[in-house]
Design a protein around this ligand. Structure first.
Ligand code: SF4
Ligand code: SF4
Length: 512
């Protein structure tokens, strides 16, 4: 029986425009010059482990993660470390970061794979260590280290396999599911088994019929109970983590919390595919599947590309651009951003490279007409119109009350706004401001705590000194003869009279 798809609330319909849909994944070899940005999560710079002139293989660690569970950065081909330099990477503001350049030797030799792990003996500690050493991160666009997710010890009951590729043009996950459904489910099974998860929900966009069929077929060969295939309504942003969890489990992830709080973990299909390979074959993450598309790409493709490949080489492989001044885009058209420098390398975040005609004249924003369309479209149940007003007048308290931090930056409000207001851009700025204010508040709170702790420490010390003084006095009085006590009293009186007789200026001098 064909069940109706899970409905998306507060979402919009977008033209799918998936011109690469159904095209088999092609493999693109390494470029002559590969580059690896050392900027990792939260702006941390990974610690270099190689020097210029060193020879590396595919899989050699070129930089170690900062945090204990942050993955290292691996070379994705063999060659020679040419330089360390400040170079651009794909970033919304076109920032640059310390980058390692490797000149490929054309041999593409690899380090031996890590030892395959027996699934039966696998425990959480070994899983986390393997995910970390194999460099497994989320491939849905966030690149969050999977070892971090797996290390959270909150009891879990549900794993959601996210195959809802809801952004227009993007089709890499769809094609991966069609070609590798079995391995994706194996990855899900390993994660669920180690984390003690009972239910695995495989969520697929209702439009991806071949992907649905592939998962359906793969599930037949799977002995495990608890797997369920869920068709999700193909509206945007159906694949947003929090929205998907709520749709499939009926439970909302509380504001400011992570899904594990309610016993759920969500993983992208590409992440699970690579997780499975890291465990069963000891394979290190050195490439990813992505879509190259958009109206200005000559031949749209689904490609497996080595991390570190310059974006311009990927575009060249797809026949180049149809318009010389095309707008290059990193990620999906809704949540991605403009690529400022086409030499920026492919990273685990790069799930799509798109090219569009640059708009001749973008429509000018007009005043809000309070139509409420943005409120209806918001999948996070926010009030974009009220947020916009609060942002414009910098009312930070109101922004916090309206939960600006819960905005997932999906851009649905922008699409429906008849006044062409830059809503999401304004919220991004407000979120940064809010984060700064919260940080300052946290710092002030911390400083106040330290000050109060110091005062109470000084008070404690003074009381302790007083106690010791009293104890000594009592002991002295107990053990001394009246003659000695008289002498002490005489000395005290003499000292007091000397202080009283001291000239005023000299005592001030001493004080100064
Ligand atoms: S960008 Fe933010 S405010 Fe706008 S619809 Fe998406 S979640 Fe809601
Ligand atoms: S959609 Fe645009 S015009 Fe309508 S209420 Fe929202 S911000 Fe105002």
């Amino acid at each position: 029986m064909r069940l109706p798809p899970f409905k998306s609330q507060g979402s919009i319909h977008l033209d799918r425009k998936k011109s690469a849909a159904g095209l088999p994944i092609e493999s693109l070899g390494p470029s002559p010059l590969m580059s690896y940005s050392l900027r990792q999560r939260q702006g941390h710079i990974a610690v270099p482990r190689v020097s210029p002139g060193d020879h590396v293989l595919r899989g050699t660690v070129i930089a170690g993660g900062r945090g204990a569970l942050d993955p290292p950065i691996h070379a994705s081909t063999s060659g020679t470390v040419r330089a360390f330099l400040e170079a651009p990477f794909a970033h919304p503001q076109g920032r640059s970061a310390l980058t390692v350049e490797i000149e490929s030797d054309g041999l593409d030799r690899a380090t031996p794979p890590l030892d395959p792990l027996s699934i039966r003996d696998l425990d959480r500690t070994r899983l986390i260590r393997r995910l970390q050493e194999a460099g497994i991160v989320g491939l849905g666009g966030g690149a969050f280290p999977t070892a971090h997710k797996a290390s959270n010890e909150t009891p879990l009951h549900t794993l959601i396999v996210n195959g809802v590729e809801c952004e227009p043009y993007v089709s890499g996950d769809d094609q991966l599911i069609r070609e590798r459904a079995q391995e994706i489910l194996e990855g899900a099974e390993i994660l669920a088994r180690v984390l003690g998860i009972q239910n695995i929900l495989v969520a697929i966009d209702e439009h991806l019929l071949d992907a649905l069929a592939a998962v359906h077929q793969a599930l037949k060969a799977f002995p495990r109970e608890g797997f369920r295939l869920s068709r999700v309504e193909g509206r945007y942003p159906g694949g947003g983590e929090r929205q998907l969890i709520e749709r499939l489990t009926g439970r909302e992830v509380p504001s400011g919390e992570i899904p594990q709080t309610i016993g759920v973990i969500c993983q992208n299909v590409g992440t699970l595919f690579n997780l499975g390979r890291a465990i069963t074959q000891g394979e290190i993450l050195t490439s990813r599947v992505l879509t190259v598309g958009g109206e200005c790409i000559r031949t749209p493709k689904n490609l497996e590309v080595r991390l570190g490949t310059p974006i311009q080489d990927v575009i060249h492989y797809c026949g180049g651009l149809l318009a010389p001044n095309a707008l290059l885009w990193h990620g999906g058209p809704m949540m991605g951003f403009e690529i400022k420098d086409s030499l920026s390398p492919v990273t685990p975040r790069t799930h799509a490279i798109l090219a569009f005609e640059a708009p001749a004249r973008p429509p000018l924003p007009e005043p809000c007409i309070r139509c409420g369309a943005c409120n209806d479209a918001c999948p996070a149940y926010l009030l974009p119109e009220a947020l916009y007003r609060a942002s414009r007048s910098a009312q930070l308290e109101t922004l916090v009350t309206l939960h600006v931090g819960d905005c997932i930056e999906c851009g649905a409000c922008n699409v429906v706004c008849p006044s062409h207001l830059p809503l999401v851009e304004t919220f991004l700025f407000s979120k940064e401001q809010q984060a700064r204010v919260l940080q300052e508040r946290e710092r002030a709170h911390h400083a106040r705590q330290r000050y109060e702790a110091r005062i109470s420490r000084l008070e404690r010390q003074e009381m302790e000194r007083e106690r010791i003084r009293l104890e000594r006095k009592v002991a002295l009085e107990k053990n001394s003869s009246p003659k000695i006590l008289e002498a002490i009293e005489r000395a005290r009186r003499k000292q007091q009279s000397m202080i009283a007789a001291m000239p005023k200026e000299s005592s001030d001098d001493e004080l100064n």
